[in-house]
Ligand binder design. Structure first.
Ligand code: NAD
Length: 306
């Protein structure tokens, strides 16, 4: 479908942890479209999984990079060293995929209000600011223009249970996309985000009750299904190729349409249609049960039965 679209283009893919990673789904589609790829991995351990995956798409260019480190050209795991390695080997770059996020899993449950200062900073630096740091360095290697994408989630604009500080980081990340799009627009460098529906990955499983939310979004999206890694990958090919040459600063949803829905299908809410008492305002009192809460209770029941 996309064969040849990325021929002659070289790009860096950041965020492959294993073959379930969204970054891997994107890399596979980019390679299939003819792109030449470099991969970064989070040191010290992720290279064991990343190298064979890179090899399977014809790449031996695998670089360590911990985006949580302070800039330091002398540290081989720093962002600076990674871009120095790319400059040495390729001289220039056409695109970057940033699919990196981190937050203390102890704070991906309960209330956002309980977020600690230390985890707020760490989450923001790794999940948000790293994209800005990477974009600035990548742009220096894009004299003929280029494209950058990052990965976000709908918890940035609407509250999702347990997503907490990560939602705040994703809101800042999406704002960064718009500012970077303007900063680099006159150099023909485009900056966009993909807002993906839930996918079962390492990072995704760090969010408490992730499975319940996965099932809820699947059942209540217009398409009534989850999204596949290849589908996110194909959207990435669109955003990184010349097909989207006039698109920048966008947050593009790949979520089976879940983001447009305000209320789940009524069929799924029949439990709310119980005889209630009219309150003084003519509204029906359902005993204080919110629709979302009831839907989740129902999903929890089904989870337990599985
Ligand atoms: P994943 O666990 O496969 O990937 C997360 C990656 O972040 C890993 O490769 C990990 O090594 C990397 N990382 C974390 N801290 C790092 C650091 N300090 N330095 C370098 N790399 C670091 O999970 P994923 O779900 O594929 O996540 C990729 C992106 O997609 C994330 O930004 C995530 O928020 C986003 N996203 C995920 C979902 C989902 O449901 N899984 C939905 C929407 C968006």
């Amino acid at each position: 479908m996309t064969a040849g679209l990325m021929s002659g283009k070289r790009g860096l893919v950041m965020g492959v942890a294993n073959d379930h990673s969204i970054a891997w789904g994107i890399a596979r589609q980019l390679a299939g479209a003819g792109a030449e790829l470099a991969f970064s991995y989070q040191p010290p351990s992720m290279d064991k999984r990343v190298r064979p995956l890179a090899q399977s798409v014809g790449s031996d260019f695998v670089i360590p990079c911990d985006v949580g480190l302070e800039p330091d050209v002398d540290d081989p795991a720093s962002i600076d060293s990674m871009f120095a390695a790319i400059a040495r080997r390729w001289g220039s770059l056409d695109f970057v995929v940033h699919a990196i996020a981190f937050s203390d899993r102890a704070e991906l449950k309960g209330n956002y209000a309980d977020t600690t200062r230390a985890n707020f900073k760490k989450t923001m630096v790794i999940s948000c600011f790293s994209f800005t740091e990477i974009a600035r360095r990548a742009a220096e290697l894009m004299p003929e223009g280029g494209a950058l994408i990052t990965l976000t989630y709908g918890g940035s604009t609407r509250v999702m249970p347990n997503y907490n500080v990560m939602g705040v980081a994703k809101a800042a990340l999406e704002a960064s996309v718009r500012y970077l799009a303007v900063d680099f627009g006159d150099r023909a460098i485009r900056v966009n985000a993909i807002s993906a529906g839930p996918v079962r990955t390492l990072a995704g499983s760090g969010i408490s009750d992730a499975r319940i939310m996965f099932n809820y979004q699947k059942e209540n999206s217009p398409l009534g299904r989850s999204v596949g890694l290849d589908e996110i990958g194909n959207t990435a090919v669109y955003l990184l190729s010349d097909l989207s040459s006039a698109v920048t600063g966008e947050v593009h949803f790949v979520d089976s349409g879940y983001n447009i829905v305000s209320m789940p299908r009524l069929a799924g809410l029949k439990t709310l249609d119980t005889p209630g008492e009219e309150n003084g305002n003519g509204a029906v009192d359902n005993g204080g049960a919110g629709g979302g809460e009831n839907g989740v209770t129902e999903l929890k029941r089904r989870e337990a039965a599985e």
